[in-house]
Design a binder for this molecule. Structure first.
Ligand code: SAM
Length: 206
């Protein structure tokens, strides 16, 4: 998919569908919060949610006073929805409209979180560009939490082809700078009751 097509797809999704009309909606991002808690971040830690969209993860992190939070997404409409929901609290968050494969990080982070964004990168060049950004943006010793569809999960997400992973294949794609420290599966229930099998893998940046 071209860069223009990718952006147009996501702007269309977030301008035409309500929050609970998308398969990835979660009222509570419990699996991600559990993994972030395991990182035992300090109060001044920096966190980035890649492809955060309109997810409620940012609300939960702001409410828990978890460090300095950045949400990055290709879609301005997605970030606007999250900002509107947060109201005054949105000012405590950094919002970046960018394609992660083209983005130039201006700071480093203690924790990188990505739920269901990386798996859309089906081209090897895009995957390499993503890993380059990971290397630039995550501090040595920092954590990387990536949720993708599992090997027995759906073949498409939002109507687009995706790549399914287990912890070993994701580890191979990220390379030796990222040491696998936690791997777990999660069955996500869509708003209409279908089950989507996810793989959540956590890495430590060497
Ligand atoms: C399936 S949604 C998941 C949203 C959110 N992480 C959640 O769990 O609710 C995928 C998100 O990734 C974003 N996205 C897709 N490709 C991207 C890219 N190359 N760069 C940045 N964001 C991207 C989309 O705009 C969308 O918000």
């Amino acid at each position: 998919m071209s860069d223009v097509g990718r952006k147009a797809h996501w702007e269309n999704v977030y301008t035409t569908k309500g929050e609970t009309e998308v398969s990835w909606y979660q009222e509570s991002p419990a699996p991600s919060l559990e993994l972030i808690a395991l990182a035992r971040l300090s109060a001044d830690a920096s966190i980035i949610d890649i492809g955060g969209g309109a997810s409620r993860l940012v609300d939960a992190l702001v409410d828990r006073n978890v460090g300095q939070i950045t949400v990055l997404d290709l879609s301005a409409a997605a970030l606007d929805a999250a900002k509107q929901r947060l109201g005054n609290k949105a000012a405590n968050v950094r919002w970046e409209i960018a394609d992660v494969t083209k983005w130039e990080p201006s700071q480093t982070y203690d924790l990188w979180h990505d739920r269901a964004a990386f798996h859309f990168l089906t081209d090897q060049a895009d995957q390499s560009a993503y890993v380059d950004r990971l290397k630039k943006a995550v501090k040595r010793g920092g954590r990387v939490i990536i949720g993708t569809f599992a090997l027995d999960g759906p073949e498409k997400c939002s109507g687009l082809p995706i790549v399914r992973y287990d912890a070993a294949s994701l580890s191979g794609t990220l390379g030796s700078d990222f040491k696998l420290i936690d791997a777990r599966r999660h069955d996500h229930a869509t708003p209409w009751g279908a089950v989507q099998r996810f793989q959540f893998s956590t890495f430590r940046r060497a």
